[in-house]
Design a protein around this ligand. Sequence first.
Ligand code: NAP
Ligand code: ZN
Ligand code: ZN
Length: 360
Amino acid sequence: MVTPTEQEHPKKAFGWAARDSSGVLSPFKFSRRETGEKDVSFKVLYCGICHSDLHMVKNEWDFSTYPLVPGHEIVGVVTEVGSKVQKFSVGDKVGVGCMVGSCTSCDSCSNNLENYCPKYILTYGAKYHDGTITYGGYSDFMVADEKFVIRVPDNLPLDGAAPLLCAGITTYSPLRYYGLDKPGMHVGVVGLGGLGHVAVKFAKAMGVKVTVISTSPNKKKEAIEHLCADSFLVSRDQDQMQAAVGTMDGIIDTVSAVHPLLPLIALLKSNGKLVMVGAPEKPLELPVFPLLLGRKMVAGSNIGGMKETQEMIDFAAKHNITAQVEVIPIDYLNIAMERLAKTDVKYRFVIDIGNTLKST
Ligand code: NAP
Ligand code: ZN
Ligand code: ZN
């Protein structure tokens, strides 16, 4: 049977989709538009699995639409460019992150902050300018406006580079914007998952002293030895947490679930900043008194603009920063999702789309 999504556009596409909130994905045929004047088409080679994909697959944020083809850490090689494309040619290594469009004229768009455009268009599960639904990178190829395409520097391996398109920019941007990038500063990173481990790498490359704050001691050895974190706190160990009170200039909180903020606020020096990037499905409790007493700030940050995303990946290339990945075949996707829900991954699953996604 031919479904409407197969008929919408002229180009046949293939991927894996969630059909409901059960958390299970399966093969899915759909269609993509022809390469428009300003579009870049590329063959997807790798796609990272962000925890946001899991939130969306399970409709934990309550705005998912199905069928949903997730994936916003997408890298591949350009196969076709439109007549007005200026930045890319066939054969280039490129990536697409969390967004594929914006209004182009609001204050945010005018200031290279498309990520804060009220009309920004998510890479999947959103309505594109032409009214059709966007589909993400768990699929064989992508078509995107060149404005939302990033050049992947040649020295970065594509599998390890893919997560930079979301996890990378989401942690790089707040380190820069909130001024937590000054050598000698002390920054905490809460949650050593996909976002957290890249946050450690970026902060270290900026010359910052980094303390990882994790729920269990399991990741300590690797955090110190491989990720080069300076110290490690187990958040459930009250003695360790107490000893670190008032020592940090800032904290990047990447935790995907509801968790207490009070112990984290306590770790900040006066004027310290707790920056939330994790997106738990339910509100967190915010104790106000400890903020007042130390003039502390709790803030948020959402991915980054296109200009800064390119800057981030160029910085990563210069400092040899990639994600530590477990590369999986597409058939492993549902098991990977289950393991991600249990934080059983070090530190990012990346799907080998190029070699394992075959149309049936
Ligand atoms: P992830 O790989 O699953 O990492 C999250 C980490 O949080 C886990 O590894 C774990 O670290 C910690 N954690 C999990 N459950 C916890 C709990 N109940 N209490 C305390 N800590 C817990 O996820 P991710 O891909 O890095 O994404 C993290 C969050 O950021 C998700 O909510 C995602 O949707 C969101 N996100 C936001 C943006 C943005 O623009 N703001 C962009 C991308 C993703 P330990 O094992 O070390 O404790
Ligand atoms: Zn993401
Ligand atoms: Zn805008």
